[in-house]
Design a protein around this ligand. Sequence first.
Ligand code: FPP
Ligand code: MG
Length: 449
Amino acid sequence: MSASGLILSSRPTATSVCTQCLRDDLRLTQVALQSRKYHPTRRRDASPFGSAVSAAQTIFKGMPKAPAGISVDPLRIVGKELKFLTKNIRQLLGSGHPALDKVAKYYTHSEGKHMRPLLVLLMSQATALDPRKHHTYTDKPATVDDSFTAQTILDDANPEMNPLVSKSAESKYDFSGDENILPSQRRLAEITELIHTASLLHDDVIDNAVTRRANSSANLAFGNKMAVLAGDFLLGRASVALARLRDPEVTELMATVIANLVEGEFMQLKNTAQDESKPAYTDETLSYYLQKTYLKTASLISKSCRSAAVLGRSAPEVIEASYAYGRNLGLAFQLVDDMLDYTVTEAEMGKPVGADLELGLATAPLLFAWKSNPELGPLVGRKFRQEGDVQRVSDPCSNGTHNTDYHTRLVRSSTAAMVSSRLALWPRNTPIRPLLPSVISLTAMLRPV
Ligand code: FPP
Ligand code: MG
């Protein structure tokens, strides 16, 4: 077990995975996802998620199957809620300043996969049937739209001028759909997307990105300054929405996520803790990478899953299980993403691949190659900046390693960890059990966008 809680086993597990099948399946499902415009309602198993579930059930032999008659297509389960997500997010982002309004909403116009809010909604629904516990500090009869402070104070820019708040920021939201999902949990789903999108606005500046979700990235379209400020604005609006959930525990969790994102991104600026010019591979190398991965990717998923259960007043063991599940899923998700950067073509991804090496980042495939090829150390140290470095390590054949095999084993370990150890934590009749295959299958095919 690593410091970050991921079980990394080099021993074969009961779950059998064919590397080639996994690669083929990832390719097929990526293509399917790229060609989808929005979350359509399709017949069972016809959506990319539905077929992904079937594929994941074939690949991960030990995975539990949903009982007959229970749909495991997550988009069918919470599709209605997701339909309102983007509209509600745009309302949360309204600004009377036309340029800010435009930049802040820019990434809401291109369709992301909404993996994080999807998980929050699934987790909310899955935990809904457990008895809700009494919470002492959240029983005030106020809704998630009601402010604590008088609106005149919140809009008090300069009383002589028009406030920069647009009408849309003040209007009421659409909340319809599954009654088992509380308004506060729906709002939490929106908050996770806001925080994630804010981090992407900043990340694209840091990475000097030119595309995002098949469009020009915000930094390219509007410049670095506006992109950074828009990200800050999203965080501000996410914080207001968070405060109005009136749950200090959830506020604490989600504020910690924001700090974790920055910590993870900071760790990523260096490939090793000491940032040596000729580092040697040690066990620390992988722990550092996993810690960075947890902070950068898994923390938002784990703490928002936990927050969903907290808002649902779930029992302590369900809250812990939601959190552990989100943590494992988040880690596996990033591990798959790192593998795709090596194994999938640009046409299949719809965006440049091999970006990690170009940015000087040593992710899991490279780390496993380095482990058995010590001469890669100087390349890691100089961040693959020398002519030929990227080519040398991006092709597993030419450097004599089997990066993908190593990496697939890592993915299998993390997925197996979720299935075997975490599933057992869920109370017997919790309805998350039939949902798990679909949620796990997300790991194998979604790329964070
Ligand atoms: C995508 O990584 C980026 C993240 C998962 C987090 C980035 C976090 C920050 C920039 C810290 C600031 C945070 C906030 C909340 C403002 P990637 O570059 O590996 O993925 P990509 O290929 O999608 O760009
Ligand atoms: Mg990036």
